[in-house]
Design a protein around this ligand. Structure first.
Ligand code: AMP
Length: 173
């Protein structure tokens, strides 16, 4: 069996009930996590960035997983399909967008998978939630560079990551 690897997944939606879909997707990601390793940021409302349509709801999830990076990507794409993700044109509004941001120290550059995600460090909708759960991974300079991108922690969904019901699942001894 593979050793667990820490992975970070970006979760976003701006079509349909975006908040419900993002929370559903975070819950689904739990199934790929080693017990006790799952952590989800708060929910953030962000203006579309290199995308179209209404504001997004975003979160970032960290999990230790025994899946390989390609297998995890496949699972992310299956979840997008379950959420009826359509791609009518580039950057169209989406019911669910799941990006594999980081996978341990892996550097992957294949036609179907690039890790670290090529644009993760340019996006407030990644950096702001990531800074909540792994502040050591986001420098003040990186946050300052995305300060012009609108991103607000959703007041109705403010919870500390450790207080999220998903994080309260029993840990294995
Ligand atoms: P999108 O339409 O923005 O969801 O992009 C999906 C496409 O990006 C798929 O064809 C994936 O194979 C590809 N892709 C490459 N690297 C990644 C990554 N790190 N995370 C998610 N999708 C990726």
């Amino acid at each position: 069996m593979r050793d667990p690897v820490p992975a970070w997944v970006g979760v976003g939606a701006n079509l349909g009930d975006a908040q419900a879909t993002v929370q559903w997707a975070c819950g689904q990601l739990l199934q790929f996590a080693e017990p006790g390793s799952f952590c989800a940021s708060g929910l953030w409302r962000t203006a579309p960035w290199q995308a179209q349509g209404p504001d997004f709801v975003n979160s970032v999830v960290r999990l230790d997983t025994r899946l390989s990076a390609p297998d995890l990507l496949m699972q992310l794409q299956l979840l997008e399909q379950q959420a009826q993700r359509q791609r009518p044109y580039q950057n169209a509004p989406r019911t669910l967008d799941l990006d594999l941001l980081l996978f341990g120290h892996a550097q992957i550059w294949s036609p179907h998978l690039q890790v670290p995600h090529p644009r993760w460090a340019e996006r407030a909708f990644v950096l702001r939630p990531l800074a909540q759960i792994n502040p050591e991974r986001v420098s003040p300079a990186a946050l300052a560079a995305v300060a012009g991108q609108e991103a607000q922690l959703m007041p109705e969904a403010q919870w500390m990551p450790e207080a999220h019901p998903l994080n309260a699942l029993p840990k294995e001894p």
